[in-house]
Design a protein around this ligand. Structure first.
Ligand SMILES: [Zn+2]
Length: 216
């Protein structure tokens, strides 16, 4: 198996286990609010997390030690959520984080984190509530057209409820769940969104473009 297919298989494995845990832990209920409180995962998995205010170097976002995940005090709320669920992924996938950083293990843990934070049933419901049914896959160009809505659903502090994840996590989850048309590797989608996010941040710093939004 070449490197690209090993990574793809690892992502599929991580995302599959996350989808199973979401069902197993009853986190897919219709009434589920989002973002899912990390405490729910902590209770369900028996693994707690703690932010370490004094640990502010950025090289390591988090570490799993003695059944507890420690997250860097420098992490944003979005990073904290991702780091905790990524470490939880290592535990559930029985892979190690740290020494040598095996890219396959990291890809699986990332996919696990994305699958928990942006689970398929919630993704469908939230997009539908914003007037974007996912019955038909989005085209890559739809990501451009819908970018403000996508940022708002991911993490925008516009007073509306959001997943509290980096926009890349949301786009990767859309791709992993087959909600983006085509064979384009998911990296291309988040590179595109990353590029858009830079211009988008520039706009929000002077008040955003609420009038351009599709809804509300
Ligand atoms: Zn890792």
């Amino acid at each position: 198996m070449d490197a690209a297919s090993s990574l793809a298989a690892a992502r599929e494995h991580g995302a599959g286990l996350a989808a199973r845990d979401v069902r197993l832990w009853g986190l897919d209920a219709g009434a589920l609010r989002y973002p899912v409180p990390l405490g729910r995962y902590a209770v369900a998995s028996g693994i707690e997390y703690r932010r370490e205010p004094l640990w502010s170097h950025r090289r390591t976002a988090g570490v799993l030690l003695k059944g507890m995940v420690f997250v860097s005090g420098a992490a944003s709320p979005e990073e904290t959520r991702f780091t905790f669920t990524h470490e939880l992924g290592h535990r559930r996938l029985e892979t190690n984080h740290g020494e040598g950083k095996d890219p396959v293990a990291e890809a699986a843990a990332d996919a696990y984190a994305g699958g928990l934070l942006v689970s398929e049933p919630v993704l469908r419901r939230i997009f539908a509530s914003r007037g974007i049914p996912l019955d038909m896959p989005l085209l890559p160009l739809d990501l451009v057209r819908l970018r403000d809505e996508i940022f708002s659903i991911a993490c925008c502090h516009d007073g509306r409820q959001n997943f509290k994840v980096h926009v890349k996590t949301l786009v990767i989850a859309l791709a992993d769940n087959g909600f983006i048309e085509g064979e384009t590797p998911f990296e291309s989608h988040w590179r595109l969104l990353d590029h858009l996010s830079q211009s988008w941040r520039g706009r929000t710093s002077n008040g955003g473009r609420a009038s351009d939004r599709r809804q509300g």
